[in-house]
Write a protein that binds this ligand. Structure first.
Ligand code: SER
Length: 315
């Protein structure tokens, strides 16, 4: 069957790469990039682009009407750190954006919807090591609260209306093509840029703050693998735990020093993102994803670091 795919929030860190991957799989004209700003990456000329604010239900409806998408990826969101600066906007965008899309997907008979959740759904009372799929969840950022509520809505639309919604709880995503979007894990991208530019970096997270992370190539592949999996294999309709590689700033710096031996890492104290990081898991148990749709990450710390530095040097 020929697919028509909408990517809402196409210009962000994930959208920039997902649109490219989907266009090479389904054809440029079948993947419509949508954002509130025009993109500056290769998405610009490669296929259709529409200005869309997911909170504007009328415009969104016109886009559904125009393209009758078989698949929709909703990536527009405010992340953990920026969300704390504007909690009401974060709630409005993350929640009402999702509800608008779920309703229109039902109305226009969209076959599959993808919506990302995050490790931010976990909180201070969640187990920190190999955090299980099902456990105490007490998120304390508005981003985490909106992702947790959104997960419940996704499952609700699946159970009540049979809408095929699929979701992943992303860890911190490391990439070089587009800038990160205002998260707590962004240090792990800034560090590469500064290592190459200045040979030093001041991390806003402490030396031993361990967090679950993943290289973008793995994240994009995993996302498409989940969307391609037969519906009968999908046992989780809230959102799947999704594991890649876990590291601290000091471990990442040591890996960078294998390429840039003079690299110096220092630390900025009292950054509000430290409290957010302290409330999140250190590592993730993703055995449901591994069992249901055969998830397996390919990038370890060494391969990720090598690839980041190589590509940033070129770009
Ligand atoms: N990378 C995200 C953040 O830090 C986690 O979902 O907000």
């Amino acid at each position: 069957m020929s697919e028509k795919i909408l990517v809402l929030g196409s210009n962000g860190q994930i959208g920039t790469e997902l649109v490219t991957a989907l266009r090479s799989a389904y054809g440029n004209d079948n993947v419509v990039a949508c954002d509130i700003r025009r993109p500056d990456y290769e998405t610009k000329n490669a296929g259709p682009f529409e200005f869309v604010n997911v909170l504007d239900k009328e415009i969104l409806k016109e886009i559904f009407q125009k393209y009758k998408p078989s698949q929709v990826y909703l990536l527009a969101a405010l992340l953990s750190a920026t969300g704390e600066q504007n909690p009401k906007l974060a709630w409005d965008l993350n929640m009402n954006g999702l509800l608008n899309v779920l309703d229109l997907a039902l109305a226009f008979k969209t076959t599959k919807v993808y919506w990302p959740s995050s490790i931010a759904v976990f909180g201070p009372n969640s187990p920190k090591e190999r955090t299980p799929q099902y456990c105490t969840m007490d998120p304390n950022t508005v981003y985490g609260i909106s992702k947790m509520a959104g997960e419940r809505w996704c499952e609700y639309y699946y159970q009540k209306y049979n809408l095929d919604v699929r979701s992943i709880r992303y860890p911190g995503l490391i990439s070089w093509k587009a800038a990160p979007g205002g998260g707590t894990t962004d240090y792990a991208i800034h560090i590469f840029h500064e290592a190459l530019k200045k040979g030093s970096y001041s991390s806003f997270l402490s030396a031993t703050t361990e967090l679950p992370m993943m290289y973008m190539d793995d994240a994009i592949r995993g996302t498409i693998e989940l969307m391609d999996a037969p519906a009968k294999e999908i046992s989780i309709r809230s959102s799947y735990n999704f594991g890649g590689v876990n590291f601290t700033p000091e471990v990442l710096a040591a890996e960078i020093r294998k390429h840039i031996p003079e690299f110096k890492l220092s630390y900025t104290e009292n950054d509000p993102r430290q409290d957010i990081a302290n409330s999140w898991p250190k590592s993730i148990d993703d055995s449901f994803a591994r069992k249901d749709w055969l998830w397996k990450p390919e990038f370890d710390l060494a391969r990720m670091t090598d690839d980041m530095l190589k590509n940033l040097k070129k770009s």
